[in-house]
Ligand binder design. Structure first.
Ligand code: NAI
Ligand code: CS2
Length: 511
């Protein structure tokens, strides 16, 4: 047996024997009672909301233990259950790794096979708050409008089987119905996904289901539920083998639920709650009346940069964001795009200088210990480009402003999806709800850029009709698509206006 295999598994007993360097929950976990649920216990929840709650429990102990619920993969009840809900949150920056065991998750419920386990938790009178990180597509909405996608197979199912929902909107509608007909306690639901107006959007998709019920549920929700919007931030990529090994080799124990994040974290939350609510504002969360300026800043700058780098990075042959950030051509383009076209779409953001935020964001993306794969960020691009790229583009077009830079990543997203990969000697698997439809378009029209753009822009779940009908937008995307299909990096150099000498220099530098 190797030394690594003999390391103890993280749990309540081994917790007391961990090395001094590993931070532990600073409260008595045996006294912790459940007060909130979280749907979508992925890397981000464990790196963000669960840590803030852990901070709050240490500062002001109260009934705020979390029950996690997954209605999609992965099954986590076993993994986290064997560790009594405990897991390590690594913070990594370049060659530094700091470990902290988080104790706020009390248990995890797998509800993939049936909604019953999830409904039991969500309808319980112990639960006052539900947070969610279910990825952008979990809301079953049409990204262009925020409306419920009534053609979505899970929504079609839930509308005719309201007591056995498969989607999150259907699940929440049913849980609220159960609460109304039993104890009647209010509930605050906090979406922590990167979608615009996430609270309002969640409320909209839930109410689009409940208003069909006609049993007083809609009015009950209006009086007893709150859906605050949030801006959440911390880069937390999928856990890698290196992260598991850091815990085993660096700290001497085993943990099958490790998560890794960067040092930076931020949470801005709309001050609109129903009933009891955790005082996260005591541990660094900012409660505000309007989240919109913070949300626009984050999605258009940090997320806009990540999405842009992910598609261009794949085309350039890079693996991670931090690799993209070593490529002066990509960095130069992204900085210019953010400063010249994204920032002017932003209004004032209380307490934050947008220019400084751009530099801070680029600096965060350079962190070489955060191995955020371009393909992970590129996943579900159809659900991300609206808030990161298309909304600022539309606002600029309405004001008669240029969109030459912001349209380039839109075309790069198209290249990524039409699987032009063969052309560049690399292949990848596209993971996106619209992948099949766009692949079918590409099969039909081949590499004819104007035809590709015409057909892809006609997908009105993604492209607002005003935007797709705009000739300047369409022409800019066609020009970029032609250039990227021909020679991606040559096109990028051309857009950046690099003189020939600098182009040759760059080619030598990145060879
Ligand atoms: P992850 O892949 O680790 O976890 C995804 C979670 O979403 C899983 O628990 C899965 O069961 C659930 N899920 C997926 N599709 C679903 C569906 N259709 N219905 C219900 N649940 C579904 O991803 P991670 O890193 O936790 O990110 C999740 C989301 O959190 C992101 O999509 C984003 O909106 C938000 N976020 C992530 C950040 C990050 O850096 N990872 C930072 C800020 C926000
Ligand atoms: C990323 C985000 O995967 C993605 O789409 O752009 O998850 C990003 O890491 C977070 O929003 C950072 O807070």
């Amino acid at each position: 047996m190797s030394a690594v295999a003999r390391n103890p598994l993280l749990g309540p007993v081994s917790l007391n024997r961990l090395p001094e360097a590993v931070q532990r929950p600073a409260y008595d976990r045996t006294r912790l009672r459940v007060g909130m649920a979280h749907i979508g216990v992925g890397a981000f929840h464990r790196c963000h909301q669960a840590e803030y709650t852990d901070d709050l429990l240490a500062k002001h102990f109260d009934r705020w233990g979390v029950v996690g619920i997954n209605i999609r993969s992965p099954d986590l009840a076993g993994t986290l259950g064997r560790q009594a809900g405990l897991y390590t949150r690594l913070i990594r920056e370049n060659d530094r790794a700091e470990a902290r065991v988080i104790g706020s998750i009390v248990s995890v419920v797998d509800s993939q096979a049936s909604p019953e386990p999830a409904l039991e938790v969500l309808a319980s009178s112990d639960i006052d708050v539900v947070t969610l990180t279910i990825t952008e597509k979990g809301y079953c909405h049409r990204p262009a409008s925020g409306d419920l996608d009534t053609a979505h197979p899970d929504i079609v199912h839930d509308l005719s089987n309201p007591h056995a929902p498969r989607s999150v909107p259907g699940l929440i509608a049913r849980a609220l119905e159960l609460r109304m007909s039993t104890h009647g306690r209010p509930l605050t639901l906090v979406s922590c996904d990167n979608i615009p107006g996430n609270g309002a959007l969640l409320q909209n998709v839930v109410q689009s289901i409940t208003h069909r019920r006609g049993n007083g549920l809609e009015d009950w929700i209006a009086a007893n539920a709150a859906f605050p919007s949030t801006m959440v931030d911390r880069i937390a990529p999928a856990t890698s083998q290196a992260d598991f090994e850091t815990v085993e080799r660096g700290f001497g124990y085993r943990d099958r639920a490790v998560v890794t994040g960067e040092p930076f974290r931020q949470w801005v939350l709309e001050n609109r709650f129903a009933g009891r609510f955790p005082r996260w504002d005591e541990v660094g969360v900012t409660f505000v009346d309007d989240v919109t300026p913070f949300e626009h800043l984050k999605m258009r700058v940090l997320n806009g940069a990540q999405t842009t780098l992910s598609y261009l990075g794949v085309l350039a042959g890079h693996e991670h964001t931090c690799d993209d950030m070593k490529d002066p051509l990509l960095v130069g383009f992204v900085r210019r795009m953010l400063l010249e076209e994204s920032l002017p779409t932003l209004g004032p953001v209380p307490g934050i200088s947008p220019e400084a935020y751009v530099e801070q964001s680029l600096e965060r993306l350079r962190n070489t210990a955060i191995r955020h794969r371009n393909h992970q960020i590129a996943t579900d691009g159809s659900q991300k480009i609206v808030q990161r790229l298309l909304n600022p583009i539309l606002e600029r077009l309405r004001r008669g402003e240029a969109v030459r830079l912001l349209t380039l990543p839109v075309a790069a997203w198209m290249v990524y999806l039409v699987k032009a990969s063969d052309r560049f000697g690399r292949q990848w698997t596209v993971d996106d709800p619209h992948a099949a439809r766009i692949a079918a378009i590409a099969d039909r029209v081949g590499s004819d850029a104007p035809a590709l753009v015409r057909e892809i822009l006609s997908i009105d779940a993604i492209f607002d009709r005003e935007l797709s009908a705009n000739a300047a937008f369409r022409q800019a995307v066609v020009a970029h698509l032609e250039g990227l299909l021909e020679d991606p990096m040559g096109h990028l150099r051309h857009v950046c206006g690099l003189p020939l000498a600098a182009q040759l220099n760059h080619a030598t530098h990145t060879a």
